[in-house]
Design a protein around this ligand. Structure first.
Ligand SMILES: NC(=O)C1=CN([C@@H]2O[C@H](COP(=O)(O)OP(=O)(O)OC[C@H]3O[C@@H](n4cnc5c(N)ncnc54)[C@H](OP(=O)(O)O)[C@@H]3O)[C@@H](O)[C@H]2O)C=CC1
Ligand SMILES: O=C1CO[C@H](CO)[C@@H](O)[C@@H]1O
Length: 331
C-alpha cells in the first residue's frame, strides 16, 4: 500500500487509503473494519464523536488476537471532539478514546474542528432554549500545546488538525514546537481547495480528504439528527464526466474520485460498510488517470459552492469566532 511520509520525528508513514467510519452503527462497523483489514486496509479513521470507537477497538483486538497482524501494522486516527477543545481536557478525551479503542497509543490525534462547544456531563453538547449550541471561547494554540504534551507522553505518535482554514493552520504552525503532521479536510471533485492543499504541501503537512465520494446519504443524516438540510446536495458519484472516465478504465465512479485525490498525494478515507465497496475503494492502484483526465476532473471544482460540511447543522456555530468558513450562498 502506498503511504505518505509524515513530517514528525519518527518519520511515520500514513497509508494513503484508510477506512472512514462515520455514520456506521457499532455491529456494522466491527464487520466493516475486519473486512477492510482482510483486504489490505491498514488505516482506520474514527472520532470520539462517532460513538463507534469501542466497536472499532473490538474489531482491532479480534484481528490482533487472530495473529493476522499486530498493532504496529495499523495506523489509527481519532479526534478530540468540539466539546473537548480546551487545553485542560485534551488528555482526558485522548485517554477515553484509547480506552474505548483498547489501544496503548494512537498513530494520529486530530483536533476535530477549530470551534468549541460547552457540554453536559455525558459529553453531549449543551443547547440553548432555541436549539443553538452553547459556544465555548477556546484558544486553539493552548489546545495545541496540550496536544504536543500527549506526543511527549507517548499517547499518540503524531498530531494534526481538521477543518482548520489557512489562517488558523498557519497560527498553529507558527506557535508550535511539534508541527501539525496532517490536515484533514473535506476534499472531492466539487471542493478541491487547491490553495489550502498547496499551503500544506509547502509546510510539509500531509492532507487527508474526508467525504472523498461526496458523502452520499449525509443530508438524510443531517436532517434526521439535526433537522438541517443542505440545499442542492451534490451527487458527485453521478457526475457525467466522472462516469465517462470510469467506463474508459473499467472502474467505478467511486474509484475514479479516489484516484483523482491519491494521484495528487492526498490521502483518502472513504467510508463503507459494504464488503464489495470496501474492496473496490482500495482497488485503485492498478491504473493511472491521464493528464487529460486529471484536467477534466480538476475542472469539476465548484469552490465553496461544493462544500457539504459547513457545520451549520450545529445551530449557531457560525457565530463562533473560530468558525473556519466564509459562507456563500449556494447556486
Ligand atoms: N474530520 C471531519 O470533520 C470529518 C471526517 N469524516 C471522515 O471521513 C470519512 C469519509 O467521509 P464520509 O462523509 O463518510 O463520506 P464518503 O465520501 O466516504 O461516502 C460514504 C458513503 O458512500 C457510500 N460508498 C462508499 N463507497 C462507495 C462506492 N465505491 N460507490 C458508491 N458509494 C459508496 C457509503 O455507503 P456504504 O457504507 O453503503 O458503502 C457511504 O454512504 C468519514 O466516514 C469519517 O471517517 C467525514 C466527515 C467529516
Ligand atoms: O466528522 C464529522 C462527521 O459529522 C459530524 C456531524 O454529525 C461532524 O461532527 C463531523 O465533523
Amino acid at each position: 500500500m502506498k503511504t505518505i511520509l509524515l513530517n514528525n520525528a519518527d518519520k511515520i508513514e500514513m497509508p494513503i487509503v484508510g477506512l472512514g467510519t462515520w455514520r456506521a452503527e457499532p455491529d456494522e462497523i466491527k464487520n466493516a473494519v475486519l473486512a477492510a483489514l482482510d483486504c489490505g486496509y491498514r488505516h482506520i479513521d474514527t472520532a470520539f464523536s462517532y460513538n463507534n470507537e469501542e466497536a472499532i477497538g473490538n474489531a482491532l483486538k479480534e484481528w490482533f488476537t487472530s495473529g493476522k497482524g499486530k498493532r504496529t501494522d495499523v495506523f489509527v486516527t481519532t479526534k478530540l471532539p468540539c466539546v473537548g477543545n480546551r487545553a485542560e481536557d485534551v488528555e482526558k478525551f485522548l485517554k477515553l478514546s484509547l480506552e474505548r479503542l483498547q489501544l496503548e497509543y494512537l498513530d494520529l490525534y486530530l483536533i476535530h474542528a477549530p470551534f468549541a462547544f460547552k457540554c453536559e456531563s455525558n459529553f453531549i453538547p449543551q443547547l440553548e432554549g432555541d436549539g443553538s449550541f452553547v459556544l465555548d471561547m477556546n484558544d486553539n494554540v493552548l489546545t495545541w500545546k496540550a496536544m504536543e504534551e500527549q506526543v511527549k507522553k507517548g499517547l499518540c505518535r503524531s498530531i494534526g488538525l481538521s477543518n482548520f482554514n489557512a489562517k488558523q493552520l498557519q497560527n498553529i504552525y507558527k506557535a508550535s514546537e511539534i508541527k501539525p503532521a496532517v490536515l484533514q479536510i473535506e476534499l472531492h471533485a466539487y471542493l478541491q481547495q487547491r490553495e489550502l492543499v498547496k499551503l500544506c504541501q509547502q509546510l510539509s503537512i500531509a492532507v487527508t480528504a474526508y467525504s472523498p465520494l461526496g458523502s452520499p446519504g449525509a443530508n438524510t443524516h443531517f436532517n434526521t439528527k439535526y433537522n438541517y438540510s443542505l440545499s442542492n446536495f451534490p451527487d458527485i458519484l453521478g457526475n457525467f464526466e466522472v462516469n465517462e472516465i470510469a467506463q474508459k478504465h473499467n472502474k467505478t465512479p467511486g474509484q475514479i474520485l479516489l484516484k483523482h485525490l491519491i494521484q495528487q498525494d492526498v490521502a483518502v478515507i472513504p467510508k463503507s460498510s459494504n464488503p464489495n465497496r470496501i474492496k473496490q475503494n482500495i482497488n485503485i492502484f492498478d491504473f493511472e488517470l491521464s493528464a487529460e483526465e486529471l484536467k477534466i476532473l480538476d475542472s469539476l471544482d465548484k469552490g465553496e459552492n461544493g462544500r457539504i460540511f459547513n457545520f451549520l447543522f450545529f445551530k449557531g456555530v457560525e457565530k463562533h469566532p473560530e468558525y473556519p468558513f466564509v459562507l456563500k450562498s449556494r447556486c
